[in-house]
Ligand binder design. Structure first.
Ligand SMILES: NC(=O)c1ccc[n+]([C@@H]2O[C@H](COP(=O)([O-])OP(=O)(O)OC[C@H]3O[C@@H](n4cnc5c(N)ncnc54)[C@H](OP(=O)(O)O)[C@@H]3O)[C@@H](O)[C@H]2O)c1
Length: 257
């Protein structure tokens, strides 16, 4: 895996930052993006101790033109990238009985359209040179509808479907796209969850699974396996049974946040 180049979005903290550290340690040249300049600068500062290279490219992925510009700047400075990890995302639980436009719009604009803003210029370049790997971070919340996840789950289901649709077309063009579907990982995103998280994984372990997954050509990088396979079985349940189960996890008053 030595001397490869990657762009990671959502790398100021959490999963993205840890993948950046691990790849820098393994000899990759790593370009990192997020909105928080300070946190990116701290990560760049860690690179020396890791004996690696990390370069910061601040970016808000809701700005489509900025995504095109930043990707071009990275390739201009470091040469053609081997891999792109589109990981930036956010989560906000939604009380389904108080469903409204704005929280859903925010999730769609960041998780779905923000990823699309990065995908478009990357696919254009990678297809033109018939090489490159793209990994998109979705979630097991995209497998099937879950209470409080009507916004987040919809964006993550959209990403899984988009990657499935793109996989064979890009394959014919020499480009690999894969989809990362984590279960619960301990990060600032999940630290605010008020409920017990089954099979909660440490971020170092989750990042290591992604790094190993990037070495393979499989479509899916999913972990922790026991949890994600259990959720896959739920996908096969008929609706009557499925709703009997999900009804039990509807939060009581005041439990959503
Ligand atoms: N943790 C989990 O259990 C879990 C499970 C399944 C899937 N995931 C997915 O994994 C990814 C990373 O999650 P995490 O747990 O590491 O979350 P996190 O700790 O909250 O990190 C999210 C990252 O995304 C960046 N980001 C958010 N909005 C952005 C925007 N508009 N433009 C650019 N960057 C933006 C954040 O940086 P700034 O705020 O500085 O911009 C941050 O670097 C997300 O897509 C999440 O949905 C996480």
């Amino acid at each position: 895996m030595a001397e490869k180049k990657i762009w990671i979005t959502g790398a100021s903290r959490g999963i993205g930052a840890e993948v950046a550290r691990q790849l820098a340690r393994a000899g990759w040249t790593v370009a990192v993006s997020a909105r928080s300049d300070d946190e990116l600068a701290e990560l760049v500062g860690e690179a020396n101790a890791l004996n690696g290279e990390i370069h910061a490219y601040p970016l808000d992925i809701t700005d489509a033109e900025a995504c095109v510009r930043v990707f071009a700047d990275i390739e201009g400075a470091h040469g053609p990238l081997d891999t792109v990890l589109l990981n930036a995302g956010t989560h906000e639980p939604i009380d389904g009985t108080a469903f409204s436009v704005e929280p859903v719009r925010k999730l769609v604009e960041i998780n779905l359209m923000g990823t699309v803003h990065c995908l478009a210029p990357v696919i254009e370049r990678f297809v033109a040179r018939t090489s490159g790997k793209i990994a998109v971070v979705s979630s097991v919340a995209g497998y099937r509808g879950l209470p409080t996840s009507s916004g987040y789950g919809a964006t993550k289901a959209g990403l899984i479907n988009m990657c499935e649709a793109l996989r064979p077309e890009l394959e014919m063009a020499g480009v690999t796209i894969c989809c990362v579907t984590p279960g619960f990982v301990r990060t600032p995103l999940t630290d605010k969850n008020p409920f017990p998280m089954p099979f909660l994984m440490e971020v170092e372990d989750a990042a290591a699974r992604i790094v190993r997954g990037l070495e393979r050509d499989a479509f899916e990088i999913t972990f922790p396996r026991r949890f994600t396979y259990m959720l896959k079985v739920l996908r096969m349940l008929p609706y009557a049974l499925y709703f009997a189960l999900t009804r039990r996890i509807v939060p009581k008053d005041g439990e959503t946040s």
